[in-house]
Design a protein around this ligand. Sequence first.
Ligand code: PLP
Length: 385
Amino acid sequence: MQRVYLDNAATTPMHEEVIAAMADCMRSTYGNPSSTHVFGREAKAQMELSRKKIADLLHVHPSEIVFTSCGTESNNFIIRSSVEHLGVERIITSTLEHKCVQETVHEMETHHNIEVLRVKLDSWGTVDYADLEEKLKASPKKTLVTLMHANNEIGNLLDVKKVRALCDEVGAYFHTDTVQTLGHYPLDLHDLGVDFASCSAHKLHGPKGIGFAFVKKSIHFKPQITGGGQERNLRSGTENVYGVVGMAKAFEMALQDLDQHRQHIEGLKTYAIERLRTEIPGIEFNGHSADLEKSLYTVLSLRLPFNNPLIGFELELKGIAVSQGSACSSGAAKVSAVIQSILTPEQIEKSTPLRISFSCYNTKEDIDALVSVLKQVAEKHMVTA
Ligand code: PLP
C-alpha cells in the first residue's frame, strides 16, 4: 500500500544532507563543549559556528540565540522567565495558542497570581487588534503579549508588526511563537521587532530534540534549568552538539531553497483546495486556511460535511496520515480547543475537521490519493446517513 504523509505541521522528514552533517559531527566531534581541552574546543567551535549561521540567517546577534530542547521548552523559558525575571504582572494571549503556551500561561495565572486576558477572535480566528489595543491600554501593569505568528492547526498568520506597534505604545513585551514559520518565511527578527521568538528544528526537516529561544540582547533572563551554566548561564546542561549542527544545516537549506519550495507547496495547496471543492460538495475550510495571503502555505484545515470522529482510522487504513486535532485515549479524536474557539457548536456537531500539512517532499499524486480516499469516505457516509 502506498503511504502518504501529509502531517508536516506535526513534524517533517529529515533532509538527507542534515542527517549527513549530523553523522559527520557524531563521528568526528565527541568532546564536551565545556571541556577546555582540544576535544571540547572542537565541539564548542561546531556549536558556535552553527549559532552564528542561524543568527546570520535571522539577522540577529548570535548571543540572542539560546539553544533549548524544543519549541515547548523555548516557549516555557520565555513565558516563565518574563514573569520571574522581568516582573511581568499581566499576560495577554489568545485561545489559538499552542498548548505549551496555553498551559504555561495558565500556570502563571493559577500559581503566580498573574492577570491573564485573552484577545477576542472573529469566526475566522483573526485576532481583534482593536480589542488588543484596548486591553493593552486598560492597565499600567507590566505586560507580556504572547500571540503566535502562525497557527499550527488552521494556519492563520498574525500581523506581527501591528502587534509590535501596539505593544510599543504601552511598553509591553512581545513574544511570538514562530515554531511554524521559522525556516518557512525569510524572517528578519530584528526588523519584525519581537522581543522573543521560538524555534523547533523538527518542523523544518531538522532533528527532533533541538530548538532555540530568541531573546533580544537588551533583555536579561536567568536560567530556568540551573547547573553548569551553559548557554551563557541561560540554560544549563551539556549541549546537544549534533542537534545544533543538524538544526543549522536544516536552516541553511530551508532559506536557500525557500522560494522554490514555497512555490511548489503553494501549488500543492491550491491544487488540493480546487480538487477537494470539486470532489466533496459541502466541504469548508477553517479560519483563513484557504486564503494563501492570510495563512501558512504549509497548512490546510478543512471540515468535511458530516460527523465522523473515527475518520483518522479510516484514512490510516488507506495509508493516509493527516491530523485530526487532539486524539483522546479511545483513539477517536475530540475537537481541538482551536476549532472550538472559532466554530459554533452546531458547525462542530455537523462536521469533521482535518488538518493537511505539506512539505517540499509532497507531490500532486499525494493530493490525488488523499482526495480519492476522502471522496470514498464521503460517499460511504452519504449512503449510510
Ligand atoms: N508551537 C507551535 C506553534 C507548534 O506547532 C509546536 C509543535 O507542534 C510547538 C510549539 C511545540 O514544539 P515542539 O514539538 O518542538 O515541542
